[in-house]
Design a protein around this ligand. Structure first.
Ligand code: TRP
Ligand code: SF4
Length: 400
């Protein structure tokens, strides 16, 4: 119905680093030129864990937006906005909460994990339990088809699909739906109507997924249909229901994983991160002092790249011949660690140069960022309001 729309968000809980860049942002940048993309700052999600100290959220929000722009997110291609400026997300979250079984939320793996991992915070709250439901609202409100996320977030997207399905099941009934749908079929014209009915039967009676896809593609191309008839026909394909919310797919980031300087996950709180816009001298110093294979005590000791975090940086940053040079040189003690690190330093500095350049105008004049976000908020809000009209109507709330 809204082919290819992409929605994703990030929590503003601290500054962005190269782990975020290689793990997620690079993928966003690729998608923005291929599909309509909405990228947002999930500031309410940040509050679910930082409700007792919200002071960092505002600054992190603006810093993060500058980081996105510096990394190459292009506001003329993607829509950038801030979650809390679109109150419809909260309304949808509330309405979805009515019919969301508690067990679904308690069973999401990140729920218990996070409570254990962030033991210094009290996460036994209503808001934190609802985290994935708010996330579902973030995506369903734009009827997105794809959600680029890391693998830890896949269960959240699975739950969104269940939420959408349940919503359509509960509220997708429309009086006289069957007749209205059949009228809409007629409007396709006799040839396409016949094909539609055949494909619908093939899907419903034989579970032929290809037939479903073909029928959907046909509907996408059918120019003469009104929005509402189109929605009916999409719903009628899969059952006798109107589809109000669309089930999104997780789009796994085929990301290169860049660990932190000490080999653990890169994270500001571990003190092992390189900021997205770190300056050149700091990058050089951080890589120079980064730990190496602990077995390589002396320059003459051979090393093993698999045991060395520097090698993981070469995997991300170096070409084949350089990687071979590292492998051979390390194992034979032919090269020293400082020597080995230099190509990594050079590659990071080179990667970051255009980022510093792109960030500069926004640092000089922060009102530029405000203006980009104001436009994005407005565009996103329009889309969200369209969906909410349908949602309210389906739930019997369009009186008054
Ligand atoms: N939970 C996501 C994360 O921690 C952030 C997020 C919030 C999000 N809402 C979303 C991601 C909607 C994708 C879609 O990374
Ligand atoms: Fe690590 Fe390179 Fe030193 Fe080997 S030579 S231990 S890969 S830094």
């Amino acid at each position: 119905m809204y082919p290819d729309r992409v929605v994703s968000g990030m929590r503003p809980t601290g500054s962005m680093h190269l782990g975020h860049y290689h793990g997620a942002l690079k993928n966003w940048i690729k998608m923005q030129s291929e599909q309509p993309c909405l990228f947002f700052v999930a500031d309410w999600h940040a509050l679910t864990t930082h409700y007792d100290d919200p002071s960092i959220i505002e600054k992190s929000t603006w810093d993060m937006l500058v980081d996105w722009l510096a990394a190459g997110i292009d506001p003329t291609q993607a829509t950038l906005f801030i979650q809390s400026k679109i109150p419809e997300h909260a309304e949808l979250h509330l309405l979805l909460s009515m019919a969301t079984p508690l067990g679904w939320l308690e069973r999401v793996p990140t729920y218990k994990d996070q409570i254990e991992n962030l033991a210094n915070r009290d996460l036994q709250t209503y808001g934190f339990l609802g985290y994935p439901l708010l996330q579902a609202a973030d995506v369903l409100i734009y009827r997105a088809s794809e959600v680029p996320v890391g693998d830890d977030q896949v269960p959240h997207v699975e739950m969104m699909r269940e939420i959408a399905r349940r919503f359509n099941h509960l509220y997708g009934k429309e009086k006289g739906f069957e007749e209205k749908a059949q009228d809409a079929v007629k409007k396709l014209g006799s040839k396409r109507a016949k094909l539609y009915n055949e494909l619908r039967t093939a899907y419903q009676q034989e579970g032929d997924d290809a037939a479903l896809e073909q029928a959907k593609a046909m509907l996408d191309d059918a120019q003469n249909l009104s929005m509402i008839d189109r929605e009916r026909l999409f719903g009628y394909l899969e059952g006798a229901r109107k589809l109000i919310l669309v089930e999104p797919q997780a789009k796994l980031t085929e990301a290169s994983r860049l660990p932190g300087l000490d080999g653990r996950k890169m994270s500001k709180s571990y003190g092992n991160a390189i900021a997205l816009r770190e300056d050149k001298d700091a990058v050089t110093k951080k890589i120079r002092t980064m730990p190496t294979d602990p077995a390589r005590v002396r320059r003459t000791d051979p090393g093993e790249p698999e045991r060395c975090p520097v090698w993981q940086f070469h995997v991300v940053y170096s070409d084949g011949p350089t990687q071979e040079w590292v492998q051979k040189g390390c194992k034979s003690a032919g090269i020293g660690c400082i020597e080995c690190k230099q190509p990594v330093i050079d590659a990071i500095v080179k990667e970051q140069e255009p980022m510093h350049e792109r960030a500069q105008p926004y640092l000089d004049d922060p009102s530029l960022v405000r203006a980009i976000v104001a436009d994005g908020n407005e565009a996103a809000r329009k889309l969200a309001q369209e969906t909410m009209r349908d949602v309210r109507e389906a739930m019997g709330l369009s009186y008054g």
